[in-house]
Design a protein around this ligand. Structure first.
Ligand code: APR
Length: 308
């Protein structure tokens, strides 16, 4: 039997996620949105690309959660994106209301699904989704760290003029300007960038990574990034569906790990068929740990705006 992947929110991130899903033949796709006709139109368009691209899947669009019933994975991208000058936190109340409604419908129709959230402000939305859905922490995961690490890898490859394939990066913490890129754990062909670049160049890469989302928002002027966010999401979907046991930075509910409790936060996890199969606790320097806690403090102030 084929996997069933539902994507809630058929906007830029959702529709592009559906596209990666089809190209990688990860499973049948259901695209859901509140706008009538739009998810149906995008799904049909994507289906009609199948004969050219050689994928053979069911792809449907819908305004009805009944069509998502029995999904293996649900990706949630419903919600507003940022406009220039906005922080992700400015979206907390509006997107919070959308996430409440979406999660209620998702769990009603797919109680056993693994849910991946993309909607911003990410860490706060994952916390809200976990609380309103009651899902175990293994099955409610936020996408942010894979994207932030991909951005850092792209900047490292540009700086050193090497293949992105040679790069690995770890960006932990919250998905905001206080995210925590870790140069000591970011490597080129296995060599930490702290041995390859002077401190000022590393700081420039760290800063550009932190502001990576904002850089795209100000270039686009309308809407936010969607190619890299959806690609990052699909890496997580693939790791789960293929039980790859891949170590990726993901936003998960913490119960004491890294000295943090009752918060959703970006840490390295092992992703496999059961969702989050392990939370990895890597050693941090005092400075790195302090940066993690600063980032967590910001998320807690955003969480305070929600009544959960
Ligand atoms: N149920 C389903 N879909 C909804 C709902 C809802 N209650 N409310 C809004 N939507 C849909 C919108 O109709 C829109 O099609 O969510 C979609 C969002 O798409 P875009 O506006 O194109 O935004 P996008 O760029 O895809 O970003 C979505 O992901 O990266 C984050 O910050 C970003 O929070 C934003 C989200």
């Amino acid at each position: 039997m084929r996997n069933k992947i539902s994507i809630i929110g058929a906007g830029f991130v959702g529709a592009t996620a559906a596209h990666w899903c089809a190209v990688k033949e990860l499973g049948d796709v259901v695209l859901v949105d509140v706008v009538e006709g739009m998810p149906q139109g995008k799904a049909l368009d994507l289906l009609e690309a199948g004969p050219v691209e050689n994928y053979d899947l069911h792809i449907v669009g819908s305004n009805n959660y009944q069509d998502t019933a029995g999904s293996d994975i649900v990706v949630v991208t419903a919600g507003l994106p940022r406009k220039p000058g906005m922080t992700r936190e400015d979206l907390v109340v509006t997107n919070g209301n959308i996430i409440r409604e979406v999660m209620e419908n998702v769990v009603r129709h797919s109680p056993d699904a693994i849910v991946i959230l993309v909607t911003n402000p990410l860490d706060t939305m994952v916390y809200l989704a976990k609380k309103v859905s009651g899902l175990p922490r293994e099955r409610i995961i936020g996408q942010a760290g894979v994207l932030d690490s991909a951005r850092m890898r792209a900047f490292m490859a540009m700086e050193l003029d090497v293949s992105v394939e040679n790069t690995h990066a770890f960006v932990l913490g919250g998905h905001g300007d206080e995210m925590v890129p870790l140069p000591r754990y970011s490597t080129v062909a296995g060599i930490p960038i702290t041995e390859l670049l002077p401190p000022d160049r590393i700081e420039a890469i760290v800063e550009r990574t932190r502001k990576g989302g904002g850089e795209i928002v100000s270039l686009l002027k309308k809407g936010s990034a969607f190619f890299a966010p959806s690609a990052a999401t699909m890496q997580m979907v693939e790791a789960i569906l293929k039980d790859r046991k891949q170590i990726l930075p993901c936003c998960v509910y913490l119960e004491g790990e890294y000295g943090l409790n009752d918060i959703c936060f970006g840490v390295p996890v092992k992703l496999g068929s059961r969702g989050v199969e392990q939370i990895m606790e890597i050693t941090l320097t005092d400075d790195e740990r302090a940066a993690m806690h600063r980032s967590a403090d910001l998320i807690r102030s955003s969480m305070a705006a929600l009544e959960v």
